[in-house]
Design a protein around this ligand. Structure first.
Ligand code: TLP
Length: 343
């Protein structure tokens, strides 16, 4: 057998499980642009049910899901308010500007958790010559915050702030099932304060491709038009959707194990001379470890690779480690062993 790295770069590296591959091979399909793919329809219905929304739309990626929602909620020249290190701002090629013509208003936070009062203070006054803040975006769990969870009461406070100004609310819930697992609530409770939510089946849920956008029936009809305009009208996409249906049943209940392994890894990193970790902020499947200077993140990632472990630099000082379904206890043990000595 060829050598396999312990790949902790992201939960996007997960591969479909054997039962997913079987479901994909056997999926009933049709032309989804005609609304005739029964497996896509089943996935969308189940996604809407899980999120407590009226309807859902299968899209190609989390990036497309966020882009469709930002476009559906805004007009060019308006402002979208969001946390300063969020994915929509940092990692989506300026899509909100290129596709929707909106400008971002960035609100700094503690580990990705927006403070409702700070959001209120960031909103420009309602004066005709100022860009109108029309959308509040929240990320839960928060990726660059280190997989942190915004508690449900705070989400409701954020919604209240947005409503004071007649703004729509969007949740980048790429990892909403991780958030719900860690918070001990149903995903629909995390989604409730939002007019739209996008979540990914292609991260910790192991499906190969795709995200779901959820909202009212009216919103989803608007989103469907935008998806098509972006080239995202897929045809026999049931082969992909089938994996998502398996993920809800088989993978979601295992996310707690990913979180347990992340915590074990975080403790090990915290005791390592070359790292520091804020252990209380390790809440789900992501560990942000700060590299102690003079060592650099590039040096440490290269040395980890030599020891069979992959992780990614995240910003100038941090290395991000992400646990997922393909990291079982044996793989975790290999990662821990690689951290037995200094770099
Ligand atoms: N995140 C990826 C990278 O792009 C950073 C990762 O490895 O974590 N929202 C959030 C919160 C995300 O973390 C990601 C992907 C997306 C949206 C975009 O999803 P995709 O990759 O499906 O476009």
């Amino acid at each position: 057998m060829s050598f396999e790295f312990v790949d902790l770069r992201s939960d996007t590296v997960t591969r479909p499980t054997p039962s997913m591959r079987k479901a994909m091979a056997e999926a009933e399909v049709g032309d989804d642009v005609y609304g005739e793919d029964p497996t896509v329809n089943a996935l969308q219905e189940e996604a809407a049910r899980l999120m407590g929304k009226e309807a859902a739309l299968f899209v190609a990626s989390g990036t497309m899901g966020n882009a469709v929602c930002v476009k559906a909620h805004t007009q060019p020249g308006e402002e979208a308010v969001m946390e300063a290190t969020c994915h929509i701002y940092w990692f989506e090629n300026g899509g909100m500007a290129a596709i929707s013509g909106v400008i971002p208003k960035l609100v700094p936070s503690d580990h990705g958790i927006l403070d409702p009062q700070k959001v209120r203070e960031a909103l420009r006054p309602a004066v005709y010559y100022l860009p109108r803040p029309s959308l509040l975006c929240v990320e839960n769990t928060h990726n660059m915050g280190g997989g942190t969870c915004t508690p449900v009461p705070v989400l409701h406070e954020l919604r209240a702030v947005a409503r004071e100004r007649g703004m729509a609310t969007h949740l980048d819930g790429a990892r909403i099932f991780n958030a719900a697992t860690a918070l001990g609530v149903a995903p629909s409770e995390v989604a409730a304060p939002f007019d739209s939510v996008q979540f990914c089946i292609s991260k910790g849920l192991c499906a190969p491709v795709g995200s779901l956008v959820c909202g009212t029936k009216e919103f989803i009809e608007k989103a469907r038009v935008i998806r098509k305009r972006l080239g995202g009208g897929m045809r026999q996409a049931g082969v992909l959707a089938a994996a998502g249906l398996v993920a809800f049943k088989e993978i979601v209940p295992t996310l707690k194990d990913d979180h347990r392994r992340a915590r074990t890894l975080a403790m090990k990193l915290a005791s390592h001379p070359d790292f520091s970790v804020e252990i209380d902020w390790v809440q789900t499947n992501i560990v942000m470890a700060k590299v102690r200077p003079p060592k650099t993140t590039a040096q440490v990632c290269a040395a980890l690779k030599e020891r069979g472990v992959l992780a990614s630099p995240a910003g100038p000082a941090n290395i991000r480690f992400v646990t997922h379904h393909d990291i079982d206890d044996a793989a975790l043990a290999r990662a821990l062993e690689a951290l037995d000595k200094p770099f």
